[in-house]
Ligand binder design. Structure first.
Ligand code: AMP
Ligand code: MG
Length: 438
């Protein structure tokens, strides 16, 4: 079944409120096997609302369901019920039982009902009223017919706390019945370090349009996510096909995939640290504690993280971590030599198995030709691991350390985010005993 979503409100059109209703409704509909073909947003204007509703009835894609949210409030700018009545060619009729329910709700809150609230009990003739258990605005269900086609319309209140329970109670059963067991199963696989085009090349025909399950990529928060969507008439078949596609993605892309769905890169690193009973510390300059934050975002992080160091100035790098003055003077604060010293010393000071050190130029100022904004040096220091997997004696001359210089694009926040996540990736591949693939 195909569906359209219409959200109504000046605050949405003006960009003052994020349209989270459409996002949530689309997710619910999609998971129930419904094909969401269009989202639309209009202002609190009756004409625009009527046009949008009528357009759905004549849409080439032939949607059978329209979910509307917003515009059911008691004030003069809430005109969804009037617009819907006009499209249905029916007058609005007062539902006395709902006026009583509203009056009751006010009474229970120790207040008198305002006359303006009466409009919230007006329903187009022939339509079904949807009771609101969390507010005063009744919802409306109606069938809109045009040229032999019919669209089932559900108008729901705008506040998410009222809209969601009404959707789950009144819209979802209708969708499930019509979908007849069809499902859309979704899975996200997160990668870090390779660009979208490189991944697309590795994935090859898995990304062909029209493939089921489909594989697409999206980039955000420095991750590139592989999104797998499977549409089948049977949930068990969908699950099997998704499992197979995940396997194919893993074969082609490999370890660059660090997690699925809600998992972060720090979660993946945490898992490896906990499994191997290792600890980590962080010595940070340009990320100002962001790496330590990511490492401690994970519940239970005290097992592998005891302390970190934020050494923003050269003086702090010298005084707190013992980076030599000569290193900073000769090579600069943003250099592989400096981060190597930061990593070695912080690891020893914290008594950790691993240390990650970051120093870079997050911008917007401070860049030079040799070291432009986005230049970030990252080092990883660690004790060598004996073939038995046991730690070797904590001897400083046995500590292994390596550093890399990266050039990140983006703004200050993006550079810092990428720097901290690159450090996590360096540790992750070290823990996997594999070379960094980027
Ligand atoms: P309304 O039904 O138009 O009276 O909506 C009342 C309130 O619900 C608005 O002031 C918003 O705070 C919220 N709201 C309405 N539509 C949306 C939407 N699409 N996404 C998120 N919040 C919304
Ligand atoms: Mg509104």
């Amino acid at each position: 079944m195909k569906a359209c979503i219409l959200s109504i409100g000046d605050e949405l059109v003006l960009g003052q409120t994020l349209d989270t209703n459409s996002m949530w409704v689309a997710q619910q509909l999609t998971a129930a096997g419904c094909d969401v073909v269009e989202h639309r947003t209009v202002s609190d204007d009756q004409g625009s609302t009527e046009d949008a509703i009528r357009d759905v009835a004549s849409n080439k894609l032939c949607p059978e369901l329209l979910v509307i949210t917003g515009g059911l409030g008691p004030t003069d700018d809430d005109l969804t019920r009037q617009a819907l009545a006009a499209c249905l060619n029916q007058p609005l009729e007062l539902r006395e039982d709902w006026v009583e329910a509203i009056r009751d709700l006010f009474r229970r809150r120790g207040r008198e009902m305002n006359q303006k609230n009466v409009i919230q009990a007006m329903i187009p003739r022939g339509a079904t009223m949807l009771r609101n258990d969390h507010g005063t605005a009744a919802g409306i269900r109606a069938t809109l017919s045009k040229d032999g086609r019919s669209v089932e319309v559900f108008a729901l209140p705008g506040p998410p706390s009222e809209m969601k329970p009404m959707f789950l109670r009144d819209v979802l059963p209708f969708v499930k019945e019509r979908a007849g067991g069809a499902v859309l199963l979704q899975k996200s696989l997160h990668t870090f370090g390779l660009g979208e085009s490189v991944l697309a090349e590795m994935l090859g025909d898995l990304m062909s349009r029209g493939r089921n399950p489909s594989v697409g990529t999206t980039a955000s928060n420095s991750y590139v996510t592989l999104r797998i969507n499977a549409r089948y008439d049977d949930a068990a078949v969908a699950e099997r096909e998704v499992r197979q596609t995940i396997e194919l993605c893993r074969q082609r892309v490999g370890d660059v995939i660090f997690g699925a769905d809600e998992e972060s890169l720090a979660d993946a690193v945490a898992k490896l640290l906990i499994e191997s009973r290792r600890t980590v510390t962080a010595a940070e300059s340009c990320t100002g504690g962001l790496l330590a934050k990511m490492l401690t975002d994970v519940a239970g992080s005290s097992v592998y993280f005891k302390q970190g160091f934020v050494t923003y100035s050269n003086e702090a790098k010298r005084a707190r971590l013992g980076v030599s003055e000569n290193t900073i003077n000769v090579f600069g604060a943003v250099s592989e030599q400096t981060v190597l010293e930061m990593a070695r010393h912080s690891r020893r000071l914290a008594g950790a198995d691993y240390s990650l050190a970051i120093s870079g130029i997050a911008g917007p100022g401070g860049g030079s030709e040799a070291k432009p904004v986005g230049t970030v040096c990252i080092a990883l220091a660690h004790l060598p691991t004996a073939p038995t997997g046991k730690r070797n004696a904590d001897r400083e001359d046995e500590v292994t350390a390596y550093a890399r210089t990266f050039r990140f694009g983006g703004d200050r926040a993006g550079i810092r985010d990428r720097a901290a996540k690159t450090a996590l990736a360096m540790l992750r591949f070290r823990l996997l005993d594999r070379p960094l693939p980027f």
